[in-house]
Design a protein around this ligand. Structure first.
Ligand code: AMP
Length: 569
């Protein structure tokens, strides 16, 4: 097993690099020299995590526990640790300053395994356990190692890159060609465990990519819908019959059934089973097969009516779950089935998947199938759309019924198309943008922020390019909530995967992590923003932006892309 020192050296090297290409190359040459088994662990650690993203990667160590662990390890009173923390501003630096050990006995696996133990400690007494495990690691590390161990434990490694850089590095290290990153990314949409994928690439190179299929318990990236600008485009996109379905504004959910083990995953692939025990129980009652993976949308539902999105948000909680099951009852509208009793259905056409879905599950009060019509007549589709809007729904999702209407994990393609009521008005559209910086405000806002610099994802360049500066639409609660979310993500310099114009530099930089939904009414060319900027071409900017809500269900990788924005102009 490789020593942890090596990865600590890698972190320190990368911290000083700002070029995307250089970071990827440095990562690649590091990975290339490792044994395949080490590659798995290194992939998780490179991202500062203790496992695949669908296993809750929050270790549950906050600043308070971090202080306790440092105090216990170096036998220094907590007050002094706190004092040093307020001077240095980084607990990792505090630990490094107190650590006197010259030689380390840690290897990567030790650190990884302890991190998993920290993560998994739960229930009564778990806080002490977490502190103990962390302190054990600190007791065996050198100053530099201690610094990074603390940062990983707090979820604050902040190296300025995400999964996409790692995928490029894997392509270079194990297939010899950076161009294979796209293929690796496609496979990563199916096998969402980056460690497993990395190890397999290290063992078998590019040939490993065809080997992955769906496995119950390991979530798959969800398929998404593209937007159209004119209703008439539907005719061109779907020459024959199409299925128009109600578009529900709730929370996307993928439910994995593996015998008695039933898990629910969010669009960000987080395990949300504990939030929705009522849904799990109902699926258990209504399921007619042994193993399957379902795709659908959870909505707040009472008196046969879909309730507002805000109601559903009250179910996003760790405590008082039973109470809120009563207060905010939910229903799931299922619309797809991608795995059934040992077989992946990804390559089957949609009409077949839908038919199997309806056979595999019994309908009930809270388990439903998405309501839809199948027709080739645009008038009928428009009628259906109008009825949806009257009912208070967002709009419709129209799906291809073609032979080739496969399920495309993680893709926003033309097989599914969304048509929303905002489009009809033709002017306003919403964007899911990543916060990359903040500007100080005046008066009350001085303490938090006056405006946020928001970016779209440029998929070709694997980076976030600024698109707008949002300063309106926030109420006091929003300020507080956003501040809390951003707290962990402030960084000293522009992250390597963010591009900001000189004149637009914010007061504080923020690593891409938090996504907000922004309403805007005009896309213009602007020299101040970098979205879609090319040699000679100006960037794109959103005018009259207004904050709508925090998109807890989206990570930076799911943000609106520059390509989509170009398509809307
Ligand atoms: P948007 O978030 O605007 O890109 O819209 C896509 C989202 O609509 C998907 O991620 C789903 O969560 C949601 N959705 C609601 N109803 C459906 C449906 N019938 N079929 C597919 N997706 C749906």
């Amino acid at each position: 097993m490789e020593s942890f020192r090596k990865i600590a050296e890698l972190y320190s090297e990368i911290e000083d690099i700002t070029s995307h290409k250089k970071i990827v190359e440095t990562l690649a040459s590091f990975l290339r020299d490792l044994e395949p088994e080490d590659v798995r662990v290194a992939a998780y650690l490179a991202l500062g995590t203790a496992g695949p993203k669908f296993e809750d990667i929050d270790l549950g160590i906050g600043e308070k526990l971090g202080v306790k662990a440092i105090s216990a390890t170096y036998e220094i009173p907590e007050e002094i640790v706190e004092e040093k923390y307020s001077t240095l501003g980084d607990l990792g630096d505090v630990a490094a300053g107190l650590c006197r050990r010259r030689r380390s006995s840690l290897d990567m696996k030790d650190v990884f395994e302890q991190m998993v133990k920290i993560r998994d400690a739960s229930g009564k007494g778990s806080q002490n356990e977490k502190v103990l495990f962390l302190s054990r690691l600190l007791g065996r590390s050198t100053p530099d190692e201690a610094k990074y161990i603390i940062r990983i434990a707090l979820g604050q490694l902040r190296l300025g890159f995400g999964e996409q850089f790692l995928i490029e590095a894997l392509a270079i290290a194990f297939t010899g060609d950076r161009k294979n990153a796209r293929r690796i990314d496609d496979t990563y949409n199916i096998c969402t465990d980056i460690g497993q994928l990395a190890q397999s690439l290290a063992e078998h190179g590019v040939s490993s990519l065809g080997r992955f299929s769906i496995k119950p318990g390991r979530p798959v990236q969800m398929m998404l819908a593209k937007r159209i600008d004119n209703f008439e485009e539907l005719e061109e996109k779907f020459p024959g019959e199409m299925a128009a379905e109600e578009k529900y504004d709730g929370e996307r959910v993928q439910i994995h059934v593996d015998g008695d083990r039933i898990r629910a995953f969010s669009r960000r692939l987080k395990d949300i089973s504990d939030q929705f025990p009522d849904v799990i129980e109902e699926v258990h009652k209504t399921v007619k097969v042994q193993k399957m993976v379902l795709d659908g949308e959870i909505v707040a539902f009472a008196n046969e009516r879909i309730q507002p999105f805000q109601d559903l948000m009250q179910r996003r909680r760790k405590h008082d779950i039973e109470e809120y099951i009563e207060k905010v009852p939910v229903a799931v509208f299922f619309f797809d089935l991608i795995y059934l009793d040992g077989r992946s259905l990804l390559k089957k056409p949609y009409y077949e998947r839908r038919a199997l879905l309806e056979k595999s599950l019994e309908k009930s009060d809270s388990i439903r199938f998405s309501r839809r019509i199948v027709s080739s007549d645009l008038n009928k589709i428009e009628d259906f759309f109008n009825k949806c809007v009257e009912k208070g729904l967002e709009g419709i999702i129209v799906k291809s019924l073609d032979e080739g209407s496969i399920y495309q994990p993680g893709k926003r393609g033309w097989l599914w198309v969304k048509w929303k009521k905002e489009y009809v008005k033709g002017v306003r559209e919403t964007f899911d943008l990543v916060i990359v910086g903040s500007y100080y405000g005046k008066g009350k806002r001085k303490v938090s922020f006056g405006a946020l610099l928001c970016a779209a994802l440029n998929k070709n360049e694997n980076r976030y390019e600024t698109f707008t500066k949002v300063g309106t639409g926030f109420n006091d609660d929003d300020f507080e909530e956003i501040n809390e979310l951003l707290d962990k993500h402030f960084v000293d310099k522009v992250p390597a995967n963010v591009l900001i114009e000189k004149d637009m530099q914010p007061d504080r930089y923020i690593e891409p992590s938090v996504v907000i939904e922004v309403l805007g009414s005009q896309i213009t060319a602007s020299p101040g923003h970098t979205a879609g900027k090319n040699k000679g071409d100006k960037g794109l900017a959103l005018r009259f932006p207004r904050f709508l809500r925090i998109r807890y269900d989206k990570g930076p990788a799911e943000a609106t892309t520059v390509e989509e924005i170009r398509g809307m102009r």
